[in-house]
Design a protein around this ligand. Sequence first.
Ligand code: 6PG
Length: 471
Amino acid sequence: QQADIGLIGLGVMGANLALNIAENGYRVAVFNRTAAKTREFYEEAGSLKEQIIPCETLEELAKNIRAPRPIILMVKAGEAVDEQVAALKPFLAREDIIIDAGNANFHDTVRRLAELGPNDPTFVGMGVSGGEEGARHGPSIMVGGTPESYARIEPVLTAISAKYQGQSCSALLGPDGAGHFVKTIHNGIEYADMQMIAEVYGVLRDGLGLEPAAIGKIFEKWNAGPLNSYLVEITAKVLLAVDRKTGKPAVDVILDSAGQKGTGRWAAIEAQMLGIPATGIEAAVAARSISSLVSQRGEASKAYSGLETAKLSDDSTAFVDALEQGLLAGKIAAYAQGFDVMAGASKEHGWNVPLATTARIWRAGCIIRSQFLDQIADAFEGSEGKNLLLAPAFVERMKSTSQSLRKVVAEAALAGLPVPALAAALSYFDSFRQARGTANLIQAQRDFFGAHGFKRIGEEGDFHGPWSEPA
Ligand code: 6PG
């Protein structure tokens, strides 16, 4: 019996996705560049073996899938995808679908589609989130493609995706690069969310002098409240974990230098290219970059030792509560920015990305999954494209939490504790709600040095100022 679907690339994500597909009753033909890995994967598949067809060549793979063939690529984003597509094409027909499930840059996805000839298979760009666990038991799936190609792969995607109260976390979000773009912004938001959590950890550690386990307990408690989310949940677990080698808290033996594979950076770059503020994401990307300057930070900490800083306010219970509320406010602002970038890109590329649906398929399966996204989905229902900070439910939440964010940022600044993403979120919120900003001065400066012109309040046309340089 032929397979229903093919999968190329048996790394952690690919292997788990293949097992997930098999477990859901679909027959899957698998291929990996190194055949030994394919054999090993098959041998370890246990009772799911019956649903798996291991293939050692691409030709064999194509032969073993029932036409029209859907084939998932789960290889390293970048050149490996182009190589794999080129190697695969000779064995495929026009009706077949290549589904790139990696963390591709959406520009590459758009290019790959444009490069296809009239007799080449269809190409679908699909964002998959949820890490190893998600891939195995239900990820969030963000698809970019045509309705026809989605309709063909929808049954299997629905089956393998995460479910939120019975609803599948897989959706077609628009044509060509839309799925990978949404995944990129998902990761940008993931960066901002993680960074804000790390900043709060820093304040609790260096401001209040708490040990990891005590901080873990605080996050555990917060996870039962409005901050309930996968990231807060794992933060508590991580902080409570003990290093096997030394018996110390695990976080205390880990070098404070964050890795990044590029998707967060792409999110910030795309926001900049669109002219849409995503300062929470930008701050998070920059914070990872600063974190990597390990030796310079060591040197600077010596060079600037002895600088006077204020102590955090003494009422630590009240301050811990403010941190909870402040983190929530910061998170709302960062998510508002992320969704705004998606709305902007959607407009720019004519994608029509449904924001409520996007929030809905992020409620389960993905790394940023949370109840909070259910509220975001509700807010976008009927008011697609409007900034989240203007949705009535979020206006209320920001009214009740933003003062806590202000307190946290202000006290952290006075104590010399870095909170770049929280501060960015606060500044964004304050700028966004300022009816009369300060760009009138920027316009005057631009006109002064470059005669760039400005608009007068309530008048049509371009004007210049009275600033002729004295002779
Ligand atoms: C997910 C994650 C996943 C991965 C990123 C993060 O949604 O499952 O976002 O895609 O964790 O690769 O990448 P960094 O290495 O840049 O943190």
